[in-house]
Design a protein around this ligand. Structure first.
Ligand code: GLU
Length: 418
């Protein structure tokens, strides 16, 4: 479904506005390679994919997702977005994506390790620091990256830590990578807030994984009011504001966020839990009266069904593809600024790029250097897009797409491929 929507939206809207001819459209919509395998672990098989979309600007780059809903079309759409994302952030990389159709939460750790290693056994010939560089995505972790690197190095007989990013520090990972998606989002958000002169600081965050939890903490530390957070099972809302550190503790202890406010564990002292603090659904969260809405979970959350009810002034897309194209149009008409995924969550791949560069150069950069470089990349990208956005009537996402497409096509043309 995502792929169809992406293609239709691209053909109907973006291609015309970007002035693309049919050859250019075909090039952008067709991945260079689609690799598939069936991974066998303990008598069960799992479909696995690696889609390499475009490498005109550099080696393919993109995460690997372990999720029950993974399918070939979804991985194709995600790979396409990775090419756009690396171009937006002006990284010397292309775009790819991987996935395995599995619920990793149901696997014992030994099977998870075996699945990760067998993914590499299936695709290692297509991977490498000068070829295609995976990273974490939904439900994949630094530990999984370590197993994958180990398997790759065993198979090739060579050390190549830059073949995968998002590794633990001990295995060649980079400082800041763990919070990079969220931190990049904060940098983009702050630019947008300045441009709109937005004074309200009420935030709702859908999703409490790496991106959602970290942005909740970063914004809370900077004085924003986190009114609601949620995970796949439900959420919690407190009109006086929540403490995401406490929500994290509750989640770590195996609790449900929706029960967070009940009884004595309500986060804000001196605030009675009833009336102020209550459990909410993921759907309710999106429509709360907040200034900033941050979808950080899965795709297709903001649709024609709920777009008209959204009250936030800014939407920061930390998830990939949380807004459907039809919903996007409604939000634009309602004057809501949508900071699109390919910019808003590009912090992850940007620090992945820094990790890869450190590995290739045998260097270790300090935290301040990495944060500053990340900020420079994303603030520059934001302002390039904003300048265009200010001068034409297209929505911010369309301007972001056009910037990325121009860069990819320029690289293709110079290489004589177009
Ligand atoms: N999975 C992340 C994304 O969708 C990070 C990719 C990477 O670091 O290569 O952007």
């Amino acid at each position: 479904m995502i792929l169809n929507k992406t293609i239709i939206h691209f053909r109907k809207k973006i291609a015309g506005l970007a002035g693309l001819n049919e050859t250019e459209i075909q090039l952008l919509l067709t991945p260079n390679h689609i690799h598939k395998a069936e991974l066998e672990v303990n008598g069960k098989t799992y479909p696995a994919f690696r889609v390499q979309h475009n490498n005109a600007r550099g080696p393919y780059k993109g995460g690997i997702r372990f999720h029950p809903q993974v399918n070939e079309d979804e991985v194709k759409a995600l790979a396409f977005w990775m090419s756009l994302k690396t171009a937006v952030a002006d990284l010397p990389l292309g775009g790819s994506k991987g996935g395995v159709t599995v619920n990793p939460k149901e696997l014992p750790i030994e099977e998870l390790e075996e699945l990760s290693r067998s993914y590499i056994r299936a695709f290692y010939q297509h991977l490498g620091s000068a070829q295609d560089i995976p990273a974490p995505d939904v439900y994949t972790t630094p530990q999984i990256m370590s197993w994958m690197l180990d398997e790759y190095e065993k198979l090739t007989g060579k050390k190549d830590p830059g073949m995968i990013t998002g590794k633990p520090l001990e295995n060649g990972g980079s400082l800041v990578r763990d919070i990079a998606t969220a931190l990049g989002g904060v940098y983009v958000l702050e630019e947008a807030i300045q441009k709109l002169s937005l004074s309200g600081k009420r935030v709702a965050i859908q999703g409490f994984g790496n991106a959602g939890m970290n942005i909740a903490k970063l914004l809370f530390d900077q004085g924003y009011k986190i009114l609601a957070v949620s995970d796949s099972k439900g959420g919690v809302y407190n009109e006086k504001g929540l403490d995401p550190y406490q929500a994290e503790n509750i989640k770590k202890a195996g609790g449900l966020l929706g029960c967070y406010c009940l009884g004595s564990v309500c986060s804000i002292k001196d605030v009675p839990s009833e009336g102020f603090c209550r459990g909410i659904t993921n759907e309710e969260l999106l429509e709360l009266p907040v200034d900033i809405l941050i979808p950080s979970a899965l795709s297709n959350q903001i649709t024609v069904e709920n777009a008209a009810n959204i009250k936030a002034k800014i939407i920061l897309e930390l998830a990939n593809g949380p807004t459907t194209p039809e919903a996007d149009q409604i939000l634009h008409t309602n004057n809501i600024l949508v900071l699109p995924d390919i910019l808003a969550n590009a912090g992850g791949v940007t620090v992945s790029c820094f990790e890869w560069q450190q590995n290739l150069a045998n260097e270790k950069w300090d935290e301040q250097t990495i944060k500053q470089k990340l900020k420079d990349k994303l603030v520059t990208a934001f302002n390039q897009i904003w300048t265009e956005y200010d001068q034409n009537e297209h929505d911010f996402r369309t301007n972001t797409y056009i910037l990325a497409i121009k860069k990819i096509l320029a690289a293709e043309k110079l290489k004589g491929r177009l």
